[in-house]
Design a protein around this ligand. Structure first.
Ligand code: FAD
Length: 464
């Protein structure tokens, strides 16, 4: 079978969907989306049953359809903050986006259960996972790699450690399927998934003394209260101004992190351990308090092998406890491939521009693609901002995000798009500019922004 289209989007995850939605809105292009899964939503289809968004639903999904009701939670660990969609709601949402928006546009086709492959002659070929039938796709404009960052979640990854037969190791997904209780639980992993496992166990009545947490690295965390949109958008504007103030006054990188922490801009789990990791993991203060109840934290690097008597880690070993269930939360979340320009002839590679805002970035790239002609101009508006990994990446991400925002502010149409994009967490900020908190933040930014950027360049060599 031969198929012809303007854009071939590889991957119907959150990024591919946000891109396709914005492209169809802002151009007359025809789009084919291919995914090896049966429905859109990407890794959310494999997520653990109690997963939720880590940041507000209000700015997640696609531009053309709201996710949730933009309400503020009254109870639970997210009380006072904008709602966080469940995994099930997110999967349902993407099915509705496809069925109610994209397909009815008459310009989008979805090839589910198809693997994308190129052959040596550069043909774009997709192969059905059900029939084996191949289709060659003629792409008139661009192939869009919405799979470049490759999510890596516990249900689908292969752990890097091994275990002796009889040792009970399960991915986090299996926790909700337990039929018998365990005497204790050993959580393996330092990221947000491990935190979700710990919080879920604690909230379901497991005593913190029965949790052992193997945490190869400690992470700098972001307070979810500082990422609140709409009526609470001053939290984001205020936070940015505080970052500028911390940077402007910092005498060294260590001093910068001390200032950011003192000002509540970054949080850590253990006051005695300096974090070395930064993955934009987001927690509420209540969640942080819960997590701090776990005292048995193992910091000996990554697990290599769980034997029938000892657990071997990079930096030593600990006794194996046969009564424990080992919970694998060690998937990296996102793989971090070599950055490449987002716009190239015949190809778009979706990556981050504003730090850790994957769906916003995908929609932004689509808008820029639809409204600009040449690739250098498009890349100038969408500089690649690799996902952060270590603490110093906080600085690099900040530098690229600020440079990108400065480039956008010189383009009136882009400013208009930003003001109206539901995926932009700053949407609504200008309407609230008269609020005292906004005024205060604006004043602080005016005072410190210039010096902050100078210090940022001095503290770390950043190629913008
Ligand atoms: C637990 C968790 C919570 C998160 N919470 C948030 C949050 O609150 N806010 C936020 O902004 N981000 C959050 N993230 C980050 C999240 O990864 C992104 O929001 C987003 O879901 C990533 O989507 P993606 O489309 O880039 O990747 P994926 O979800 O991995 O989608 C890629 C798709 O491409 C398909 N594919 C790949 N290769 C091929 C091929 N060769 N042929 C056919 N199909 C292919 C895959 O099947 C997949 O469906 C969270 C991540 C996790 C793990």
């Amino acid at each position: 079978m031969r198929v012809e289209t303007d854009y071939l989007v590889i991957g119907a995850g959150a990024s591919g969907m946000a891109f396709a939605d914005a492209l169809v809105t802002h151009s007359d292009a025809d789009v084919v989306i291919v995914d090896r899964r049966h429905r859109p939503g990407g890794h959310w289809n494999d997520a653990y049953p109690f997963v939720r968004l880590h940041a507000p639903s209000a700015y997640y999904g696609v531009n053309s359809m709201p996710l949730g009701n933009d309400t503020i939670d009254r109870d639970g660990p997210n009380a006072g903050l904008y709602e966080l969609a469940t995994g099930a709601a997110i999967c349902d949402y993407y099915t509705r986006v496809l069925d109610e928006r994209l397909i009815p546009s008459g310009r989008v086709r979805f090839l589910g259960m198809h693997d994308y492959r190129t052959n040596d002659t550069g043909v774009n070929r997709v192969v059905s996972r059900l029939t084996g039938a191949t289709s060659d796709i003629t792409v008139n404009r661009k192939v869009v790699e919405a799979n470049y960052l490759q999510s890596d979640v516990p249900a689908t990854h292969t752990p890097t450690f091994t275990a002796d037969p009889g040792v009970h190791v399960v991915p986090i997904n299996e926790l909700a399927n337990q039929r018998e209780h365990s005497a204790g639980y050993t959580i393996i992993g330092a990221g947000k998934t491990a935190m979700d496992a710990c919080i879920w166990l604690l909230r379901n009545g497991v005593d913190p003394g029965r949790l052992r947490w193997i945490r190869p690295r400690d992470a700098w965390l972001v307070d979810r209260a500082s990422l609140q949109p709409l009526d609470l958008v001053s939290s984001i504007v205020d936070g940015a101004s505080r970052d500028f103030r911390a940077l402007a006054g910092a005498t060294s990188v260590d001093d910068l992190f001390r200032r950011l922490e003192q000002d509540g801009r970054l949080l850590r789990l253990d006051p005695d351990v300096t974090p070395t990791m930064y993955h934009c993991a987001t927690v509420s203060r209540q969640e942080l308090t819960e997590l701090r109840r776990i005292e048995d934290v193992v910091r000996l690097g990554r697990v290599q092998h769980i034997g029938s008597d000892r657990v071997t880690l990079d930096g030593g070993s600990i006794p194996h406890d046969p009564s424990h269930l080992y919970v694998d939360c060690s998937a990296s979340g996102l793989r971090r491939p070599r950055p490449r320009p987002i716009f190239e002839p015949g190809r778009i590679t979706l990556q981050q521009v504003r730090t850790c805002q994957p769906v916003f970035n995908a929609a932004l790239v689509a808008y820029v693609e639809a409204t600009r002609r040449d690739d250098p101009a498009k890349n100038a508006l969408c500089p690649v901002n690799p996902y952060p990994d270590n603490a110093l990446d906080w600085l690099r991400s900040m530098a690229v995000s600020v440079a990108a925002a400065a480039a956008w502010s010189a383009e009136p149409d882009l400013k208009y798009w930003l003001a109206n994009s539901r995926l932009n967490f700053l949407r609504g900020a200008s309407e609230r500019a008269d609020e005292p908190a906004m005024q205060e933040a604006a004043q602080r930014s005016r005072e410190f922004a210039q010096l902050a950027m100078k210090r940022l360049r001095e503290l770390i060599p950043v190629r913008l």
